[in-house]
Design a protein around this ligand. Structure first.
Ligand SMILES: Nc1ncnc2c1ncn2[C@@H]1O[C@H](COP(=O)(O)OP(=O)(O)OP(=O)(O)O)[C@@H](O)[C@H]1O
Ligand SMILES: [Mg+2]
Ligand SMILES: [Zn+2]
Length: 328
């Protein structure tokens, strides 16, 4: 997919920092080890001059077969001596080689395949992770964890609907913890419903934290924010930017769409929400939606096909209790 220039440049910088780091470490090690084993430095100089002589022999155009094979032999003997010296001094035989993060592309981001240069998987991953980071800059991810979620805030008394908030919320907590711990790229989605201040955002961010720690990519967005962004790009005919944003929302392993129903609903926004949800479900990728709206309000605000698809594919968690913001 196409990423914005900013994301592309940031990812490229990270990649080149990896490469430079590996080269710097190798240089630094050489400096140290050459003092300890001076013979290594002579061998390296000899290997360089063999390299130059080999190039000369090839360029001379004469029948250089004999000369080339003798140079090759010399080079191999020297390389073996180099390695044995390292090992006999207690180092691995590749201790002075640069150790790149990706051994397929040596952290250049590109590999040759059938005479074609293609983008290495490591660079694709880096681009996707960078796009995630950009989107997550706005979220308060670090504050909300399972550990900081307390059940004491929920009453043990039966409410007017015959439910005990403490019991309900204990179940919801256990469900979310289990969901996060056993998260897979094809996990189900979740719809969190309930009035304000009951811990929906808190628990969805707690899930995000766990899932990120498992190595998955997670994007947290609030519905009004993302919809107004999409709408702005759309109506300023900035289609590539709109497409890119949508793609980042589709690419991540887990999408958290918070505060659904607080956006200003337009034809554009309800279509965008439906498309987003539908595309992720078709890709088998989960989405966690939080909303203040109850079943009736949801049906009023969104199309029937959206609501029925959500109901059919998501676990529904109904949060109950008293606004925790008034207690902390
Ligand atoms: N069980 C809990 N234990 C500790 N803190 C909590 C708990 N539930 C909520 N909070 C805290 O209370 C505040 C409000 O909770 P949160 O934002 O999760 O509510 P919400 O259900 O998402 O509300 P809204 O519908 O208004 O978005 C946050 O600071 C959150 O960290
Ligand atoms: Mg919330
Ligand atoms: Zn690579």
């Amino acid at each position: 997919m196409a990423y914005s220039k900013k994301i592309y440049d940031t990812a490229k910088e990270k990649l080149s920092a990896r490469r430079v780091n590996a080269l710097n470490i190798a240089d630094y090690r050489k400096e140290q080890v050459f003092i300890e084993i001076p013979r290594l430095s002579d061998i390296e100089r000899d290997l360089t001059s063999i390299g130059i002589n080999t190039a000369r022999a090839v360029l001379s155009g004469k029948d250089a077969v004999a000369e080339l094979s003798s140079l090759k032999e010399k080079s191999l003997t020297l390389q073996n001596e180099y390695k044995s010296l390292l090992v006999s001094h207690g180092y691995d035989d590749d201790y002075l080689e640069p150790h790149f993060v990706c051994t397929k592309c040596n952290d250049t981001g590109y590999v040759e395949l059938n005479n074609k240069t293609i983008t290495c998987d490591c660079f694709k991953k880096l681009l996707s992770a960078t796009a995630c980071e950009e989107l997550n800059k706005i979220s308060p991810l670090s504050l909300s964890t399972f550990d900081s979620f307390k059940l004491d805030y929920y009453s043990e008394r039966t409410d007017k609907n015959g439910n005990v908030p403490y019991k309900r919320m204990s179940k919801i907590y256990d469900f979310c913890l289990d969901y996060a711990k056993s998260f897979k790229a094809n996990s189900k989605g979740i719809l969190m419903r309930g009035s304000t201040g009951l811990g929906k955002t808190h628990l969805s961010l707690a899930i995000a934290n766990e899932v990120i720690n498992k190595g998955y990519s997670v994007v947290y967005v609030s519905a009004p924010d993302i919809l107004s962004k999409l709408e702005r790009e759309h109506f300023s005919y900035n289609y590539s930017s709109e497409e890119q944003l949508m793609q980042s929302l589709l690419d991540c392993d887990l999408l958290i769409l918070d505060d659904l129903g607080t956006e200003f609903t337009t034809q554009f926004s309800s279509t965008a929400i439906y498309n987003l949800f539908n595309s992720r479900i078709n890709l088998g990728k989960p989405i966690i939606i939080s909303t203040n709206l109850d079943a009736k309000e949801l049906e009023k605000a969104y199309s029937q096909r959206f609501i029925s698809r959500v109901m059919a594919t998501c676990a529904i968690l109904d949060f109950i209790g008293t606004d925790i913001r008034s207690m902390i």
